[in-house]
Write a protein that binds this ligand. Sequence first.
Ligand SMILES: *Cc1c(COP(=O)(O)O)cnc(C)c1O
Length: 409
Amino acid sequence: MSAVPPLLARVQAQLAELEAQGLRRRLQTAETPCAPEVVVNGETRLAFNSNDYLGLANHPRIVAALQDGARLYGAGSGASHLISGHSQAHAQLEERLAELQAAHIPQVRALYFCTGFMANLAVLGALVDVDREGCEVFSESLNHASLIDGMRLARARVQRYPHLDVATLAQQLAASTARHKIVVTDSVFSMDGDIAPLRELLTLCEQHQALLLVDDAHGFGVLGPQGRGALAHFDLHSPNLVYMGTLGKAAGVAGAFVAAHADLIEWMVQRARPYIYTTAAPPALAHALLTSLHILTGDEGDARRAHLRDLITRFSGDARLAALHRLPSDTAVQPVILGSNAAVLAAAAHLQAQGLWITGIRAPTVPAGTARLRITLSAAHTHSHLDRLIDALAQLPASADGAPADRRA
Ligand SMILES: *Cc1c(COP(=O)(O)O)cnc(C)c1O
C-alpha cells in the first residue's frame, strides 16, 4: 500500500476547509423532469431555482420533437461540424436563429454551439485572435464566469468597469489607444436580475468604434417582442453588435448561439477552437429547438411571457416581503440577500423544511458577504405556487445568522 499522494492530501484538507467555512457545495439529484414540482432525494419539492423561465423544459410538443429528431437523425452527430457532424437540423436552426436577430444586426448569421459556456469561449477567442496586440476588452464587473474565462483563454488585455457604470466605461474607452475595442456585458445579470443599459452602452461603442458583445443567457426567450431577447427589448440595430443567446434556459433544451455579421461568424468557423474541436451536438437537439423556437416566438410564448410578468409583478411588489433585503429586479431572477454563508444555508434549510427548493448562492459565484437566495420564477409556476413561496419567505426568521446550518443547500 502506498501513501496518499500529497496532492490528494492537500485536496482533502481544502475540502475540509470549504466545509468549515460553509462553502462546500453539494449535488442534489432530481428524479423527475424540470418542473415546479420535482422529486429530489425522494422528497417532492416546489422549486424556484431553475432557469426554465417559460416552462418549456418538459413541454410535451418539444419532448415529442426530440423523439422525432432521434428517429430522423439518430442519437449522435458522429463528428465535429467541419468534418461530418453538421446536419440539416443544425443548419435549419441556425437560419431560424439568424432571422430572429435580423432586425438588430445587419447581414446577420448565427452559429449554434453545444453550450453557452463554449459559445463565450469561442466568440471571445475568435474576436481577440484577429489582432491580439491591438485589442482591448472592457468587461462589466458582474459578467458571467464563462465570459471571464473566455477573456483569459484568449489572453486578452482586459479592463473591468464597475457594475452598470457607463461613465467609467466612457472614460476607459476614451483613454484607450487600442486599435480594436470590445465591450462585453451580460444583459440580465444572472445573480442579481438587473439589466445592463444596452442602449447607452451601444451609443458609446459606436462613438468609439467598439464592438458590443451581449450575453443574453437570461434574456433570450423572455425579453422583447416574440421573446427575441435583449436587442429586441431595447430595439437596437447596429453592425457593432455581437449577440450570444443560450437555448438551455428559457428555450428549454440545450446549447447556445452567437449571432453577428456573417463575416464575423465565418471567422469563428475558421478560428474558434471550442467550435472546431468538439463533436457537434446531437442533431435531435437542434430539431427539438426548432419546435421550441416556434412555441417561444408564437402566441403560446406571448401567453407564457405575460403570465411570467404577472408573477414577477406580484412577487416584487408583495408588501409581506418588505423586510427582506431584496435587489431591485424586474426580471425572473429575484435575489434575497442574506449576507453570510451560515445565514443563507440556514434560510435554504428553513425553506426546504416548508417543502420548497431554493438554492443558496455563495462566494465565489457572488462576492463574499453577499450570499443570497437566488429565487427564479417561471411561467410554469401558478399563482398558488407563488403564494406558497411568499408565505414561506415571509416566515423566514428575521436573522438566520448563527442558526445551526444544515449544509445541504
Ligand atoms: C448559463 C449562462 C451561460 C452559459 O450557458 P450554458 O448554455 O448553460 O453553458 C453563459 N452566460 C450566462 C450569463 C449564463 O447565465
